[in-house]
Design a binder for this molecule. Structure first.
Ligand code: PMV
Length: 361
């Protein structure tokens, strides 16, 4: 389906060559997107914290080609200065998906130079930060071709393009929280792009902490794409999509009041439901590892014994995101160092916190 709103108007300016750069963070969903249809459209709405430390920096250099052909793309990609031909198929597929909306991409030769702030193959997905940074670079280029573009259009279309690269990437452009998917509680929400959470937010969430424990740094055995597709014909899928929709309603007063008990209950239930969907698909699969469960149990014990508002969430992998208010940092980091680091591969973890989204370089 072509989304007419994002088809470009005739370009008013010409550019022969230059470079553009953006830095964009990762995000962690509180209410999870799992299941899609059509062209990367979500079966249920989702909401995420934008992160701050885990991010990708991307610089795109471009040069106008003498001869170009629709559907044919000329690009090379570098990670930390090294050529990365392994990334090419994903970018090629992304370019095909977005070409109708940014038709100039077949007319230039691109050099895409990217680097991540988090360790390579740490098990942290770089698709959200990487695809959003690249989408922003392409929009920056389009803005040079059509300088009278409005800021709102720029932001919406950048998120729209990022979504076509990797669904959850559309939630990385702004912060501190982003909603993706149509929902009656969120005016302006859309299946096509993410929008900034615009309800009242309790200050405790503005600098909420997310310490990511690297339980398993290996490649996932089941990709998100395969996992999303297994929600088609999943016997529990309709109930899950309804539940996520209701959770989006439930989270609004929680985020306003700062009710941390309700927050922790909702977020952990979401994480476990995501994994329950994986464990009950056909074929079924398990992405958690024994250490994931050890960590969860330790968090629950710590919470019971100390009353500290520490909770967890999971993405589509074995790593655990430990979530807590900034005021609890000292206590929780001690707990992590003393009791959880032993479950992390090579003792690795990353301290992150809620951030405000992407930035032009
Ligand atoms: O953006 P994708 O296709 O990699 O899917 C991400 C899915 C989850 O991380 C599991 C949930 C989410 O909403 O981010």
């Amino acid at each position: 389906m072509i989304e007419n709103k994002f088809l470009p108007k005739a370009y008013t300016h010409a550019i022969s060559g230059s470079s553009v750069g953006y830095e964009s963070p990762s995000n962690i969903a509180l209410i999870k997107y799992w299941g899609k249809y059509g062209n990367q459209l979500p079966k249920n709405p989702s909401i995420s914290f934008t992160l701050n430390t885990c991010k990708t920096q991307t610089r795109v250099s471009f040069q106008k080609l003498e001869k170009s052909k629709k559907g044919s793309f000329d690009f090379e990609i570098y990670l930390d200065g090294e050529p990365k031909p392994g990334f090419e198929p994903k970018i090629e597929q992304f370019f095909h998906r977005i070409e109708d909306y940014v038709p100039f991409i077949s007319e230039y030769k691109f050099k895409i130079a990217t680097s991540n702030s988090f360790p390579h193959s740490s098990g942290i997905a770089s698709s959200a930060s990487g695809m959003s940074a690249l989408a922003l670079c392409l929009m920056e280029m389009e803005k040079q071709l059509q300088p009278n573009m409005s800021v709102d259009h720029f932001n919406e279309k950048a998120s729209f393009l990022a979504r076509l690269g990797s669904g959850s990437a559309c939630r990385s452009l702004t912060g501190p929280l982003v909603v993706w998917g149509e929902h009656e509680e969120f005016r302006g929400s859309s299946n096509l792009y993410g929008v900034k959470f615009s309800h009242e937010l309790h200050p405790v969430f503005e600098d909420y902490q997310d310490t990511i424990l690297m339980v398993d740094k290996g490649e996932k055995q089941v990709s998100s794409t395969v996992g999303h597709n297994l929600m088609n014909n999943h016997p529990f899928a309709p109930a899950r999509f309804d539940q996520a929709y209701m959770h989006m309603t439930d989270i609004v007063p929680i985020l306003k009041s700062g009710d941390l008990d309700a927050f922790m209950h909702l977020v952990e239930r979401e994480a476990l439901t995501l994994h329950a969907m994986m464990m009950t698909s056909s074929p079924y699969f398990i992405l958690m590892k024994p250490n994931t469960l050890q960590v969860i149990e330790k968090i629950w014990n710590f919470r019971r014994e100390t009353g500290a508002p520490v909770s967890f969430t999971l993405d589509a992998g074995a790593n655990v995101h430990v979530l807590y208010p900034a005021a609890e940092s000292e206590k929780v980091l001690d707990f992590i160092k003393n009791e959880l680091v032993k479950y992390c591969q090579n003792g690795q973890y990353i301290c992150d916190n809620v951030g405000n989204g992407a930035r032009k370089l």
